[in-house]
Design a protein around this ligand. Structure first.
Ligand code: GLU
Length: 283
C-alpha cells in the first residue's frame, strides 16, 4: 500500500510556523515513501473562511516548495457527502437533535465535581439534556449529536495505530472512557453542513488517505474519528500526531499570531530553508 497523506488547513487566517511544520513533515514523509501529498481546504465553517486566505495558503505552500494535484478538495463543495454520512448514522438510530445553547449546557452540567472531566476533545462534555429527542423533531436551530453510548454499543470498537513521537503504538478504544471523557459529540453544527469530526472522516476516506499527519492537539479527537469510521464502514488510516510549534513563551501558535505568519517571514527576506531550520526540519 503506498502512502497517501494530506495537509488540511482552514482558510481562516495566515499560515504560521506551526502550519509550515505540519505541511513540510507530511510532504517529507510522502516523498520518503514515494507516496502522495494532497491538500484539502477545510472551509466547512463558512462564517470564518475567506477566499483570500485560501489564496494565501496556495501561495505560501508553493513558496515552501510543496506541490499537490489541483484542484484541491474543498469541504464547501462536499455538503451532500456529509449529509449522506449523517443520514446513515441517523438511520442506525444513533443521532438526536439538540437545541441547547452554550449557557444551557453550562447550567445543566452544574458545578464541577472532583474526578469528573468537564471538557473533552469536542469541548464541554454534553450533559444529555436533549438525548431523548428524535430526529423527527429536528429544527433548523438544532445541532445534531451522536449518542455516544448507543454508538459504542452498536459495533465492536476498533483499534488504531499511532506512529507519532508522543503516543506511539496501537491504541484500543474504551467504551466507558468514550462516554465519560468525550460524550455526545456534535455531528452537524448550526448553520454548517457538518462538524469538523464528521467531515474529516468522510474526506479522509474519499481521498484514500492512508496516513493522517497532524498536530498533537488532535490526538484525543482521533478516538472520535475511529468510532465514526467504524460506524460508517470506512478504513482507519495510520495516525501520526507531531509535536506543536510553540512561541518563545511556550504557548502554542494560533492563527492570530501574525507575528509568526509565514508571509511575514517571507516579507522579511527569509528563504524556505530558513523556515525549515526554524521548525527543525532538515532540508
Ligand atoms: N483543519 C484542521 C486545522 O486547521 C486540521 C484537521 C486535521 O488535520 O485533521 O487545524
Amino acid at each position: 500500500m503506498s502512502l497517501t497523506t494530506r495537509f488540511a488547513p482552514s482558510p481562516t487566517g495566515p499560515l504560521h510556523l506551526g502550519h509550515a511544520y505540519s505541511a513540510l513533515l507530511a510532504w517529507d514523509m510522502a516523498r520518503a515513501a514515494e507516496g502522495q501529498f494532497l491538500l484539502r481546504i477545510e472551509d466547512i465553517d463558512q462564517s470564518r473562511s475567506r477566499p483570500e486566505w485560501e489564496a494565501h495558503i496556495y501561495d505560501d505552500l508553493h513558496w515552501l516548495g510543496l506541490r499537490w494535484p489541483m484542484p484541491a478538495m474543498r469541504q464547501s463543495d462536499r455538503l451532500p457527502r456529509y449529509r449522506a454520512a449523517l443520514r446513515r448514522l441517523s438511520d442506525m438510530g444513533l443521532t438526536y437533535p439538540c437545541r441547547c445553547r452554550r449557557g444551557d449546557i453550562e447550567t445543566a452540567a452544574g458545578a464541577p465535581q472532583e474526578g469528573v472531566p468537564q471538557f473533552g476533545p469536542d469541548g464541554r462534555i454534553y450533559p444529555g439534556t436533549c438525548r431523548s429527542r428524535t430526529m423527527a423533531e429536528a429544527g433548523p436551530q438544532d445541532v445534531i449529536r451522536l449518542d455516544m453510548a448507543k454508538a459504542t454499543a452498536a459495533l465492536p470498537l476498533r483499534d488504531f495505530v499511532e506512529t507519532g513521537p508522543l503516543h506511539p503504538g496501537r491504541h484500543a478504544l474504551e467504551r466507558d472512557r468514550l462516554i465519560e471523557t468525550v460524550g455526545d459529540i456534535v455531528l452537524v453544527r448550526r448553520g454548517m453542513g457538518g462538524s469538523y469530526h464528521l467531515s474529516v472522516v468522510v474526506d479522509d476516506a474519499d481521498q484514500r488517505i492512508t496516513h493522517v499527519i497532524r498536530g498533537a492537539d488532535l490526538f484525543e479527537a482521533t478516538q472520535i474519528h475511529v468510532v465514526l469510521q467504524g460506524l460508517l464502514e470506512l478504513p482507519t488510516p495510520v495516525y501520526h500526531h507531531h509535536r506543536l510549534i510553540r512561541d518563545t513563551a511556550g504557548k502554542r501558535l494560533a492563527k492570530r499570531d501574525d507575528a509568526r505568519a509565514i508571509a511575514r517571514y517571507r516579507d522579511e527576506g527569509a528563504t524556505p530553508e530558513d523556515i525549515r531550520a526554524m521548525v527543525d526540519l532538515a532540508g
